[in-house]
Ligand binder design. Structure first.
Ligand SMILES: [Zn+2]
Length: 188
């Protein structure tokens, strides 16, 4: 056996493909040849260290554990995204409810109503005192009255609209959540 053949057998040996006869022949050469003996010894040492530290082969369930980690991460991302959507929806719904309540409060507030009445009374006093043109006053107060009425009507109508929109949003969100819940059950 020459040195090149011995080196090939060494490689086969570390791949675990060496027969007993070949191994005996390899050992005989490495015992006689100093160079190959040193090389074989060094290779055995390196291989032993690698096996000890376990860096050659990944653990058996390596792929499984990696996939598990990926799935966990994906689930976390999904959960966070759902949480964000829920928070945004809640903030939006609460905002609309608060806005509706504010408008409702303004349109039904006694003080504001009294102020509006006083404004009308004041405009009457102004009319008599300044002796303004009756037609001009009627025209102007008509506009003022119409504006105030429009504002009150708008506020009341808006409240109904806002309440309705809020109701629809909350209802559709509930339906979507239920639908998603059903899908999750179907998948899982
Ligand atoms: Zn040799």
């Amino acid at each position: 056996m020459n040195c090149e053949e011995a080196r090939n057998l060494m490689m086969k040996h570390f791949d675990g493909e060496l027969s007993d006869i070949e191994f005996t022949r390899l050992c005989r050469h490495t015992e006689m040849c100093e160079k190959c003996g040193a090389e074989f010894g060094a290779l055995k040492e390196i291989l032993g260290l690698m096996e000890e530290s376990g860096t050659i082969d990944p653990p058996e369930n390596f792929e499984e554990s990696v996939m598990k980690k990926i799935h966990q991460w994906e689930a976390l991302v999904k959960k966070r995204r759902e949480m964000l959507v829920t928070i945004l929806y809640s903030v939006f719904a609460v905002g609309i409810v608060l806005m509706s309540l504010l408008i409702s409060y303004v349109s039904q507030n006694e003080t504001l109503r009294a102020l509006m009445d006083n404004m009308q009374a004041l405009s009457g006093a102004v009319r008599s005192v300044i002796n303004f043109s009756a037609k001009w006053y009627v025209f102007m107060s008509g506009i003022a009255h119409a504006l105030i009425q429009t504002f009150i009507t708008f506020a009341k109508t808006s409240f109904s609209v806002f309440a309705l929109v809020t109701g629809i949003l909350l209802l559709s969100y509930g339906l979507i959540s239920r639908q998603n819940g059903k899908k999750e059950e179907g998948v899982g």
